[in-house]
Design a protein around this ligand. Structure first.
Ligand SMILES: [Zn+2]
Ligand SMILES: [Zn+2]
Length: 393
């Protein structure tokens, strides 16, 4: 049972990029094998302690198990050995939730992990009549919106859901569901969902984040109000600064601060590795990277997209296929670059996510182990993000 929230509690529900995955049988077998071997090693070294000089066991089974052989005594014996937890990366696409010390729930993105997030909210809000959920959207791609209409929160009339996002994120949710405009293209062929706002009794509100200084506030029937990109959003004691990152679809990152604790969220951002420094996309990418470094400077925790290894990005090494495929302009960064950036910005703990759906769990485990070594060298913490992680700041 987790205690009170001191400042911010960050829940990782979905850290998978581009599409949900479930590990293959060989990968599950691999994970099980590693756990079994770890446990057996601990059992046999315990037995070793109880052998006599001529190398034979010197005690009864009851003595080892501290009682007769039952499920309970086996469980106690197992727990006493502190077996290693299998490393589970989770297979759901992007969704995070922040619980604040002053009682707010703030979700970032509604990938397929949002379904699990909504289940947790159901439990937390069980007896609550007034329920407001704030959702910060990053961008319109499917892996950041796909879980929205699968979640319970849409179907409870007591729930009010207030989105802060750019125009394309709001449009992606409204186009077929009509949750903001109350107009849905129900007769379109090829709609991605059978649902629409009439089946969703929760109420929905939208604040569009845009550069109102330079681009103005272009009227739109699905937008309840506008918020300028350069201004922080205030939710209770939490201050949220949105900023633009570099991705094929306009995408936002967020710097979230509460009582001096800082969490920076940056999914789907590419530090572009082009040859021509004057090429407009290269310039835009470097500018966005610089913005990110400024926002992340001395942050406590950073979550950032690192979908590829550098050799995979450059097509020198295949990822999930027979041949290497260049990943330039796919909108995602390299793990090595995320580490460099986190060192530059002196970030306390960096979680690298948006895992490529073709990357196996065993590869993730290997990269994670490499990052643990680099963490020691740098005196900072780098880790491959894992679903179900909970961080208290
Ligand atoms: Zn994505
Ligand atoms: Zn994307």
């Amino acid at each position: 049972m987790i205690g009170d929230i001191e400042n911010l509690r960050i829940h990782f529900y979905g850290v998978q990029g581009s599409g949900s995955i479930f590990p293959l049988k060989e990968e599950r077998d691999d994970i099980r094998m590693n756990s079994d071997l770890d446990l057996l090693e601990k059992v046999f070294s315990k037995l070793q302690d109880k052998t006599s000089a001529n190398n034979t066991l010197d005690c009864s089974l009851e003595e080892i198990l501290d009682g007769p052989l039952t499920k309970d005594s086996l469980k106690r014996f197992r727990d006493s050995l502190a077996p290693q937890e299998p490393t589970i990366f989770g297979g759901w696409t992007t969704c995070f939730r922040l619980e604040t010390s002053d009682g707010y729930d703030i979700v970032i993105d509604c990938g397929s992990g949002f379904r699990l997030c909504a289940q947790d909210l159901d439990i937390k809000w069980r007896d609550q009549e007034q329920r407001t959920l704030y959702i910060l959207g990053t961008h319109a791609h499917f892996d950041h919106t796909e879980g929205f209409d699968q979640s319970n929160v849409c179907f409870d009339p007591r729930n009010h859901i207030h989105f802060f996002a750019n125009r394309s994120y709001l449009t992606s949710l409204d186009r077929h569901l009509g949750i903001f405009s109350h107009q849905a293209n129900r007769n379109d062929e090829g709609r991605p969902t059978p649902l629409n706002y009439e089946m969703m009794p929760a109420s929905f509100e939208s604040t569009e984040i845009r550069d109102t200084v330079n681009d103005g506030a272009e009227p739109n029937q699905m937008v309840s109000q506008y918020h300028d990109l350069g201004e922080p959003i205030q939710i209770g004691k939490t201050t949220i600064q949105p900023f633009s990152v570099f991705h094929p679809d306009p995408c936002l990152g967020y710097r979230i601060e509460h009582n001096g604790k800082v969490f920076v969220f940056c999914t789907d951002h590419e530090l572009r590795r082009g040859d021509n420094p004057d090429f407009p996309l290269q310039v835009a990418s470097l500018e966005a990277e610089q913005r990110l470094i400024e926002q992340a400077m001395n942050a406590d925790v950073l979550y950032r997209d690192g979908q590829f290894l550098r050799a995979e990005y450059d097509a020198k090494k295949p990822l999930g296929g027979a041949i290497g495929v260049p990943r330039k302009d796919w909108g995602h960064s390299c793990i090595e670059d995320v580490v460099d950036m986190a060192i530059k910005a002196n970030v306390g703990r960096t979680y690298i996510g948006h895992h490529d759906p073709s990357r196996s769990w065993s590869e993730l485990i290997k990269i994670d182990a490499d990052l643990a070594k680099q963490s020691e060298q740098a005196g900072l913490h780098f880790e491959m993000a894992k679903a179900e992680t909970i961080i208290d700041l």
